[in-house]
Design a protein around this ligand. Structure first.
Ligand code: SF4
Length: 269
């Protein structure tokens, strides 16, 4: 059977193969209870409106307005209103700074890229934008976050595996993250990197090796609760591994045919 893989799936498998099996084969998905993640999706739609010469603030209000009464888990000091306020502030600042140009918003935003893998499988990516950043054409990834991205030492962004995957999928070496940082004083970080041909080839080999392990049914757990391998503590599937019914109900929902929703994962990243 041929399958479609994504960066999210590969990184999930590399983090813990058992978690991959629970999510992609058994259909255990994390519930959408994190306000920041849902807000990030609404904000990215507002960015599309901005580049399409529509009113981005109205779009943000409309998209985020759908969730006004949703009982999300908010971080301390956060609320529906506060996120909206921060989003509007960031959209205004981003428009004023005008460092990113998108030539054709219909073609150059949310670009679907499919790469063939051996065995008839495919690797699907959605690039947020292919744009011009301070005059340089590059792939741009939007991120909404509450903490700044590391900027030192020089070149560290070039080690970001998701950017490497985008570069490998598209063949474009120049990549950038525009990080919309939702903190006390909202800030926008513009970070660039160049991905080398060696990095792209190495990532391609990593994808092929990972797909082989998945095909071979290797799903041993990579458990960890102590720094720096404390992945279990932030893992949505912890309740299943502990057989804790309360935790399962609080964090997970089981859906048949879960792999159909992989595209949503990609759009969210
Ligand atoms: S709780 Fe730990 S062992 Fe269980 S799936 Fe998650 S990361 Fe893997």
């Amino acid at each position: 059977m041929t399958m479609v893989f994504s960066y999210t799936q590969i990184s999930n498998y590399l983090r813990c193969p058992r978690s991959y099996r629970l999510r992609y084969l058994d259909g255990w998905q994390e519930k959408d209870t994190r306000a920041g993640m849902v807000f990030g999706r609404c904000f990215e739609r507002a960015l599309v409106s901005l580049f399409s010469m529509e009113d981005p603030e109205a779009r943000l209000f409309r998209e985020w307005g759908v969730y006004r009464d949703t009982p999300f888990v908010y971080k301390t000091g956060e609320s529906w209103d506060r996120l909206l306020h921060q989003g509007v502030h960031l959209l205004q600042r981003f428009a004023q700074q005008n460092r990113i140009q998108v030539r054709d918003p219909h073609k150059d935003l949310q670009i679907k890229v499919v790469r063939s893998l051996s065995g008839g499988h495919h690797f699907l990516s959605y690039l947020d934008a292919v744009a011009t950043f301070d005059g340089t054409p590059c792939i741009v990834d939007w991120k909404t976050t509450t903490s700044r991205y590391p900027e030192a030492p020089a070149g560290v962004l070039g080690l970001d595996p998701q950017l490497i995957s985008y570069s490998w999928a598209s063949g474009i070496p120049e990549v950038a993250i525009v990080a919309f940082v939702r903190k006390q004083q909202p800030e926008i970080q513009y970070l660039k990197a160049s991905i080398s041909e060696e990095q792209r080839q190495e990532f391609g080999r990593l994808v092929e090796a990972t797909v082989s392990q998945i095909e071979a049914g290797q799903f041993a757990s990579h458990s960890g609760i102590r720094f720096p391998q404390n992945g279990c503590l932030g893992c949505a599937h912890l309740g299943l591994c502990l057989n804790d019914k309360q935790l399962i109900e609080a964090r997970l929902i089981r859906k048949a045919g879960a792999s159909d929703l992989d595209w949503l994962d990609e759009l969210m990243d």
